[in-house]
Design a protein around this ligand. Structure first.
Ligand code: HEC
Ligand code: HEC
Ligand code: HEC
Ligand code: HEC
Ligand code: HEC
Length: 227
């Protein structure tokens, strides 16, 4: 009993000892140096580090989703359809564009590049895929579109209705796209599509209440998403 009382006493005395040293001048300078150091580290952490960490690549040419949605009859499915076997076709192939772009039909420089460099030479466009996961990850669109009835926007943001393509940003260390690794360097997430790491997949699986084995902490869970 008494030894415990002693402990409490010594603990409560410590702060008083510390305070004794205060008020000896130099306070404002210390605060100033602290602020300068703090601001400098914020600039390094929030502005310089992300610039250095990500390299930017541009797409082969620009593509306007909004313009094309007015040209097709079947919305997103016109270009991003499911094959007979349920697999997702992903980014469209040249043959889906050729009916309309056999020849240049407008004034756009992007269309000219597309027709001259790719259509005329029968070369597929090497699109950079923002949401591309590493090869070890298995992601079925069908389960999410037909099973979970999710909207494209939940995971992809506004890409599907955009007028131009953003640059592709590649993490120099991991090689991942910034859409996977996260927009915000500190890991904050304000939209569902800001980041798509393992935890983000699992977090939705957990809240959606689908079977335990699709959450990476669940038993035997790994091979749901890793094949
Ligand atoms: C006329 C064909 C066409 C239509 C219609 C179309 N897309 Fe696309 N989509 C493309 C092409 C080409 C690309 C590759 C260039 C790019 O990244 O935008 C693409 C890429 C995308 C990507 C980027 C995938 C990634 O991770 O890089 C998303 C997301 C997407 N489309 C969603 C949509 C949605 C949602 C709709 C419907 C609202 C839609 N698209 C309608 C042709 C189309
Ligand atoms: C249903 C017809 C149709 C289809 C299919 C189609 N396009 Fe287009 N595309 C158009 C029209 C119309 C324009 C506008 C031409 C103009 O007046 O500039 C256009 C413009 C473009 C442009 C220039 C404007 C821009 O988007 O930056 C590019 C590049 C382009 N298309 C690429 C593609 C690609 C790649 C595909 C295949 C995934 C495709 N298009 C499929 C009709 C189509
Ligand atoms: C916004 C919510 C959400 C996100 C994000 C999400 N999923 Fe899912 N996922 C679901 C739902 C809901 C189902 C169940 C669909 C059903 O009922 O068929 C599912 C099903 C699956 C399945 C099939 C499971 C099975 O046992 O058949 C796999 C595999 C999967 N998701 C992988 C992933 C991966 C990998 C990611 C991240 C890149 C991811 N999911 C992100 C909601 C999500
Ligand atoms: C639950 C999240 C989720 C939803 C909902 C979703 N996607 Fe995706 N999408 C992904 C992921 C993850 C990838 C990367 C898959 C990979 O790398 O294997 C991807 C890849 C893509 C790609 C590129 C595929 C390629 O490699 O060619 C396109 C295009 C695309 N999605 C379009 C769509 C469209 C259109 C819809 C709505 C009909 C949609 N997605 C709904 C998560 C989602
Ligand atoms: C809900 C889907 C999901 C489940 C379940 C899951 N993973 Fe993942 N895993 C991913 C995704 C998506 C990535 C790629 C993004 C990342 O690195 O976070 C990944 C990446 C990884 C990586 C890094 C691979 C690389 O190339 O960087 C390892 C290692 C890994 N997972 C191990 C596991 C193990 C072990 C389990 C089981 C305990 C598991 N995962 C369960 C979705 C999942």
């Amino acid at each position: 009993m008494s030894s415990q009382e002693d402990k409490v006493k010594t603990l409560s005395e410590t702060p008083a000892d510390c305070q004794a040293g205060q008020g000896s001048g130099g306070g404002p300078f210390i605060v100033l140096f602290f602020i300068i150091g703090f601001v400098a580290s914020l600039v390094v952490g929030w502005v310089i580090f992300p610039k250095v960490l990500y390299s930017q690549k541009s797409q082969p040419f620009d593509f306007n989703h909004r313009l094309h949605l007015e040209q097709v009859d079947d919305g997103c499915q016109s270009c991003h359809f499911f094959r007979e076997d349920g697999s997702f076709a992903g980014v469209p192939k040249l043959e889906q564009c050729i009916d309309c772009h056999e020849d240049v039909q407008g004034e756009s420089e992007d269309e000219a590049v597309f027709v001259e460099q790719y259509v005329a030479k029968e070369r597929e466009v090497p699109w950079l895929i923002y949401s591309r996961q590493p090869n070890c990850v298995f992601f079925p669109h069908a389960a999410h579109i037909f099973g979970a009835k999710l909207e494209c926007r939940t995971c992809h943001g506004d890409t599907g209705t955009s007028e131009s393509l953003k640059p592709y940003e590649e993490n120099r260390i991991t090689g991942y796209s910034r859409d996977i690794w996260g927009r915000n360097i500190a890991g904050f997430k304000s939209n569902t599509w800001d980041r798509m790491k393992m935890d983000d997949c699992a977090q939705c699986h957990e809240t959606a209440g689908i079977h335990d084995s699709s959450v990476q902490t669940g038993r035997d869970a790994c091979f749901v998403c890793h094949k």
